[in-house]
Design a protein around this ligand. Structure first.
Ligand code: SF4
Ligand code: SF4
Length: 338
């Protein structure tokens, strides 16, 4: 059966909801909306040292380079844990990372949907993208009616707030497009005011060089002192500009499947134990040495002198960045630095 747009759409939505997706939207393929703003952001170097963004500009501009003949971009939203992300010592881990890695979870769900559609006789080409191909997913999500892009840069809507993962299925099937939803931030500026590093220069305009998520996830070097000082308890990522958003509501509904790691735990755990607990989560992206670097930076900003023995051990370890971070923290905690 060739893909009849209405029947395919109905089958897709049924299967997506069955797989736990909360929203499905479709946008017509082409140049992503607001692409000139994205290019301007790159041109101003506000993406800091994320060189892959420079390299991927042509692919982001033209999704047909990712799937020849692409006609529709299906965007799917899946809720993620939204409970308190603090460990027993207060160290906080971004909510999205406290469960099995969404890259593999969402990919598996999308593949299940596509297999079921094929078994039902639909024929179309497709490509699943879960952060695995350069797609400007927030722009597509907004165009596909999943939500609006808030002043904190996140896609959000009135029912789910912003605590959800996104993924896309590019397809050559012709599907009816959804209408974008109205922007509902209004006069609210809570996220801009709450950011501890003033990384949100203007509504939706992020300076990555100042963002705690960038420093604790993307950047692999030593976290500079002025950023470590403003970690505000964040060990991996930062949810502050989402936590203050009125659309995220006060009552968490979805508990994480993993307990967030505490600093003492991270600094002393062996790699086998680390792998057992976190290898299948998004924390594996930073790796144990990256998480220890973050732990050392957070120990510095929270004055954790009780961790000096573990920090000394880390300072002598073979991990260049983590040990450099630990040496600075050790010096600071011992008052050898101003
Ligand atoms: S993630 Fe944290 S540091 Fe980055 S913009 Fe949001 S509040 Fe600021
Ligand atoms: S905190 Fe306010 S301004 Fe920021 S994203 Fe939420 S509603 Fe929009």
């Amino acid at each position: 059966m060739l893909a009849d747009p209405t029947t395919l759409r109905r089958a897709l939505e049924d299967l997506a909801h069955e797989q736990g997706f909360s929203r499905v939207g479709v946008a017509r393929a082409g140049i992503p909306p607001r692409f000139e703003l994205f290019e301007d952001w790159i041109g101003r170097r506000l993406h800091a040292q994320q060189a892959y963004l420079d390299r991927s500009l042509p692919l982001r501009r033209d999704p047909a380079l990712l799937l020849p003949g692409v006609r529709s971009i299906i965007v799917l939203a899946h809720p993620h844990p939204d409970g308190d992300p603090a460990a027993s010592d207060g160290a906080r881990t971004a909510r999205y990372a406290l469960s099995e890695d969404y890259h593999r979870v969402l990919r598996k769900k999308c593949r299940t949907i596509l297999e079921r559609l094929r078994r039902e006789g639909f024929r179309f080409a497709s490509r699943v993208c879960v952060d695995s191909a350069p797609v400007n997913e927030r722009a597509w999500a907004a165009l596909a009616g999943i939500g609006w892009i808030g002043k904190n840069g996140m896609v959000m809507n009135e029912t789910d707030g912003s605590y959800f993962w996104l993924c896309e299925i590019l397809t050559d099937a012709r599907l009816a497009s959804d209408a974008p939803v109205a922007e509902r931030c209004g006069s609210c500026v809570r996220c801009l005011q709450a950011c501890p590093t003033q990384a949100l220069l203007a509504p939706g305009l992020l300076d990555s060089e100042r963002c705690l998520s960038y420093w604790t996830i993307e950047q692999r070097g030593v976290i500079p002192e002025d950023m470590a000082d403003r970690l505000n308890g964040w060990l991996f990522g930062c949810d502050i500009c989402q936590e203050v958003c009125p659309y995220n509501g006060p009552a968490p509904a979805r508990e994480a499947s993993r307990n967030p790691p505490a600093l003492a735990d991270l600094l002393s755990t062996g790699s086998a134990s680390w792998k057992r607990r976190f290898a299948d989560t998004a924390l594996s992206r930073a790796g144990l040495s990256g998480m220890r670097r973050n732990a050392a930076a957070l120990a510095e900003s929270s004055g954790r002198r009780d961790l000096l023995p573990q920090l000394r051990r880390l300072a002598r370890s073979g991990h260049a960045v983590a040990s450099a971070q630990a040496r600075r923290t050790e010096a600071k905690l011992q008052g050898r630095m101003p």
